[in-house]
Design a protein around this ligand. Structure first.
Ligand code: ATP
Length: 580
């Protein structure tokens, strides 16, 4: 959809606001034509001495009223218009946010966060200006142009008017050329602002790493370079916009010269009075505003088009995982993976290659294997963050895409490798999926996740703010808060993606024991590098290079000769060395 279609649709939907603004502008234009005529009328009356005191006061009262009306109408149209055009910004931001929250992992792999933030602010502002200022300046300028050219041709002399507007098409050609440059420069300026934003966002998110590695100077130098690039592009856009003004000046000077030349000839031949020529040149002066308005409108539209060119692909980007399912609830049942294959983008080898497995409800599956074996990928497919290239995943005999995404995600509690805490209290972070949970419920799950004592030691207990603007929790504490959050969600399937890696073995054992007690009916998948975490699982699967390499109970695998047995012996040896 082009920017013009977007704006036209918007104007149509908010036609009442735009129409009242336009009516107010017409009223202002009429009053502005009426006021000078009325003043002339009063002056003529005074000069001819035929305006008694009462009549004069009466006339002055009308003039004052008209002046006040112009003032209120001007305030009125701006309020009406900006309230409407501000809505397009709100609507676009809502659309962008909704789209971004539906997008899956592969979309974010190609997008830079800082640039997405720039789209939500800078670019949407530019579209908002095009839908607001540009529309009304365009309307006002055209209205003035029609009124003034009409008055010049009908009220003074059409031949003179025709000559005076001869340079206008030339100006239009010049404007078209300038507009192309404004468009290109604006696009570059918005893009570079996005890159600058991205650098700031990434540096602030990774500020500890930047400091720890002593990268401040390098990061600052990059910032200075990106900022210089952004300001150069912005300056270039403004320089091209500034080119409209001399074009207006040149056109006006040429039009005046033509009008005076032809006008003098007409006066010379007695076809025009000097008074008429004078009022004609005054009218000509009134054409400056429509000319400036044209330049202003074009530059706003070009900026808007450049911004829309960046926004539209993100708003229209196909969802990496569709949500066409209709089954609104997941009923308990076995989870089956049938010859599932998956490859990330252009990766040389698949991350999962013909994986088949079954998981009965209420059972625990241990998923282990060397790093990069595809364990997290398998969980992402269960969550439908990604879709398999081949094969099928079923839950209770229904293929996953047939569930609505809401149903599926409500049925799964997932603790990712990197637990993310929002800027809120610990209690709010735990109650993320169930904001209505009572304090007793929150404390119960915190106890199950063995984090209750840690929380009590925080300055304000469960009310301590954490996340970016609060107390920093240790990696192990963060993991346990995330486990408590998942337990509170009380979903039938719990996925723990190496979620105990930052806690010591004793705490791990405590949490696993609590999970066993609390998991009545709940299916659990535990991904872990530490095999002790899956020793009590009902079934253990070893993934290697995306394939199922071994599977069985812990006891059976330990008794074998494979990777699991070797890894188990190695980890046991290490644990006994650590204990010494
Ligand atoms: P770890 O134990 O280290 O967490 P894992 O077994 O969970 O590893 P995955 O994260 O599933 O392994 O990764 C499997 C393979 O897919 C690896 O080769 C990895 O490099 C690749 N991979 C993972 N995520 C992506 C991604 N977003 N884009 C491209 N390749 C990816």
């Amino acid at each position: 959809m082009s920017l013009y279609r977007l704006i036209a649709n918007f104007v149509l939907r908010h036609r009442a606001a735009y129409a009242t603004s336009a009516v107010m502008l017409v009223a202002i234009a009429v009053l502005l034509v009426w006021i000078p005529r009325q003043i002339g009328h009063v002056v003529d009356g005074l000069v001819a001495n035929r305006l008694p005191r009462d009549a004069l006061l009466h006339e002055l009262g009308w003039l004052l009223g008209a002046g006040a009306a112009v003032y209120f109408l001007r305030v009125g149209w701006r309020l009406r218009l900006y309230a409407a055009s501000y809505r397009i910004g709100v609507e676009l931001r809502e659309r962008l946010y909704a789209r971004l929250s539906l997008q899956g992992a592969s979309f974010y792999q190609d997008q830079r966060t800082g640039n997405l933030m720039a789209l939500a602010t800078n670019d949407i502002d530019a579209v908002e200006m095009a839908a607001g200022e540009a529309m009304l300046a365009g309307f006002d300028g055209s209205l003035t142009l029609v009124l003034v050219v009409g008055t010049m041709s009908l009220g003074v002399d059409w031949r003179l008017a025709a000559f005076a507007i001869l340079p206008f098409p030339l100006m239009a050609l010049g404007f078209a050329r300038i507009s192309r440059h404004v468009h290109e420069a604006s696009r570059l300026s918005l893009e570079r602002f996005g890159a600058l934003n991205d650098h700031v966002q990434e540096t602030l998110a990774g500020v500890r790493t930047v400091r720890a590695l002593g990268l401040q100077a390098r990061s600052e130098a990059q910032f200075v370079q990106l900022a210089a690039h952004a300001s150069q592009a912005s300056l270039a856009a403004q320089q091209w916009e500034a080119a409209y003004e001399p074009a207006v000046g040149f056109t006006f000077a040429t039009a005046t010269a033509l009008a005076l030349g032809v006008g003098s000839w007409l006066v010379w031949h007695g076809q025009l009075t000097v008074g008429q020529l004078t009022s004609f040149s005054l009218y000509l002066g009134q054409l400056i505003w429509p000319m400036f308005a044209a330049g202003w409108v074009l530059s706003l539209l070009e900026r808007g088009k450049a911004a829309w060119g960046r926004l539209e692909p993100v708003l229209e980007a196909p969802l990496s995982v569709d949500d066409h399912g209709t089954v609104p609830r997941v009923s308990p049942g076995p989870i089956v993976l049938d010859r599932v294959q998956f490859r990330y983008g252009e990766a040389a080898r698949p991350a999962l290659d013909g994986v088949s497995l079954q998981l009965a409800p209420g059972r625990t599956l241990g998923l282990v294997g060397p790093t990069g074996a595809g364990k997290s990928t398998l969980l992402r497919l269960l969550l439908r963050h990604q879709a398999p290239a081949a094969g099928v995943l079923r839950w209770n005999e229904v293929p996953l895409p047939q569930y609505t995404l809401d149903a599926l995600r409500a049925a799964i509690a997932w603790v990712p490798q990197e637990a993310f805490l929002f800027s809120a209290s610990v209690a709010e972070n735990i109650a993320l999926a169930r904001p209505d949970a009572t304090r007793a419920e929150i404390e119960h799950v915190a106890r199950l996740a063995a984090v209750h004592e840690d929380i009590q030691r925080l300055p304000r207990g469960y009310d301590t703010p954490v996340g970016e603007r609060g107390v920093t929790l240790s990696g192990g504490q963060r993991q346990r808060v995330a486990i408590a959050r998942a337990l509170l969600a009380d979903a039938p399937l719990l996925l723990l993606d190496d979620a105990l890696s930052a806690v010591d073995t004793d705490t791990e054992a405590r949490i696993l024991a609590h999970l066993r007690e609390a998991r009545v009916g709940r299916t659990v998948v535990i991904v872990s590098h530490r095999l002790s975490a899956v020793a009590d699982a009902d079934h253990v699967v070893v993934l290697r290079e995306g394939r199922v390499a071994e599977q069985g109970t812990h006891a059976a695998l330990v008794a074998g000769q494979g990777w699991y047995a070797r890894q188990w012996r190695y980890q046991q040896l290490q644990a006994s060395l650590d204990a010494d």
